[in-house]
Design a protein around this ligand. Structure first.
Ligand SMILES: Cc1cc2nc3c(=O)[nH]c(=O)nc-3n(C[C@H](O)[C@H](O)[C@H](O)COP(=O)(O)O)c2cc1C
Length: 366
């Protein structure tokens, strides 16, 4: 009998806990249909907004690779390199809400058992902007979206009341989440930015606003490298660059650290893990820390645009791990390594008697 990979997350049933993240793999009806045909348990649409979107006049995404026998890192294509990261400065979907609405309905009709999450984004500077969140939420759920993911994390916004600028302000996160919850009939996930000091603060804001789950991480703020020969950024438009987002293998350990902080602070809550996942072993890290689903972007982009081989590996890897360990469902291993992360002073010392967390012996702490 085939292993049952299904999970329940924020009250929704997923055939498997693997989703495509909001990004180019989910930017079109055709891609999402292909993704479901390939076996993804869910997809989060490319973020849908109401404001005008015009992308930069150049490549929106590039891939940085490393040479095994040298410290060289570059976006230049060279033989024998390994992927280090993706770098992007792509804005949200350039398609309108009107374009998305019939497509959401058609996708759900074709794949009623798969989970379609609509990613949405608006401003937060005034009541009118909060109304935009509600307009987006109502339209997507009315067309059949199973859940909403609030993009509080896009790193490329000049607007101070949008994207990761909301995600850096716990109060604004609460306000936006509450506005969406007022109209939502489906679960609401808040996607947070990793570019804050303590992501637990922003997560608390989201939960106070009524979020059903936290998604983490979006990409990490970063720059492409300067080419030492030309002295130009490897990615630029007319010589100019702005901060973009790093994804892929380079952010896996960074995203895991963010997730560990979150799941330790809120052990009973729902988390969807993202960042650097390309095979089941990576996803397992997120599950063992306490995630109920995981999402993939960079690895899927590089695998026929929607990751048919990646999802195959994720599913077979999970089935094998469950069989090997005698697990019957994700409930048997979710969060199993969450409590292994402790304060540095709790780690056994070379001389256990000699270390007091950086204090003198007998000195009061704090
Ligand atoms: C080209 C590109 C576009 C993206 N667009 C969005 C977006 O519209 N909304 C969003 O929430 N995240 C967006 N992301 C972030 C991804 O969903 C994901 O959080 C991030 O890439 C980390 O996952 P990864 O390491 O698997 O790439 C984008 C990422 C990339 C590379």
């Amino acid at each position: 009998m085939a292993t049952n990979l299904s999970v329940s997350f924020t009250g929704l049933r997923f055939e498997n806990p693997f989703l495509l993240a909001s990004a180019p793999p989910t930017e079109s009806e055709n891609n999402i249909m292909r993704a479901f045909d390939a076996g993804w348990g869910g997809v989060v649409t490319k973020t849908i907004g109401l404001h005008p979107v015009v992308d930069v006049a150049g490549p929106k995404t590039t891939f940085l690779s490393a040479t095994p026998d040298s410290p060289n890192l570059s976006i230049r294509k060279r033989p024998g390199t390994a992927l280090h990261s993706s770098w992007n400065w792509e804005l949200i979907s350039d398609k309108t809400l009107d374009w998305w609405m019939p497509r959401i309905a058609r996708i759900k009709k074709a794949h009623p058992t798969r989970v379609l999450v609509a990613s949405i984004m608006a401003g937060s500077g005034n009541d009118n902007e909060l109304g935009h969140w509600q307009t987006l939420a109502k339209a997507c759920q009315d067309e059949g979206a199973d859940a909403l993911e609030l993009n509080l994390s896009c790193p490329h916004m000049d607007r101070v009341d949008m994207g990761s600028n909301i995600g850096k302000d716990a109060q604004l996160i609460s306000t936006v989440t509450r506005a969406v919850k007022e109209v939502a009939r489906v679960p609401v996930w808040a996607k947070l930015t990793p570019s804050t000091t303590d992501v637990v603060v922003e997560a608390r804001g989201a939960f106070l606003g009524g979020a059903d789950a936290i998604t983490s991480s979006n990409t990490f703020p970063s720059l492409p490298l300067i080419d030492p020969e030309t002295l130009e950024f490897e990615v630029n438009v007319d010589g100019l660059i702005s901060l973009g987002g790093l994804g892929g293998p380079a952010i896996l350990p960074l995203s895991l650290a963010k997730m560990a902080q979150l799941t330790q602070a809120f052990p009973g809550r729902a988390f969807s893990g993202i960042g650097g996942i390309a095979e089941f072993g990576h996803a397992l890290n997120y599950f063992l820390l306490g995630c109920g689903t995981v999402q993939v972007c960079t690895a899927a982009m590089l695998d026929h645009a929607i990751g048919p081989n990646i999802i195959k590996d994720l599913k077979s890897g999970m089935a094998e791990a469950m069989e090997r360990n005698g697990w019957t469902s994700l409930d048997d291993f979710i969060g199993q390594r969450r409590d292994r992360i402790v304060a540095h002073s709790k780690i056994r010392r070379q001389d256990p008697e000699a270390y007091h967390g950086g204090y003198e012996a007998g000195q009061a702490k704090g």
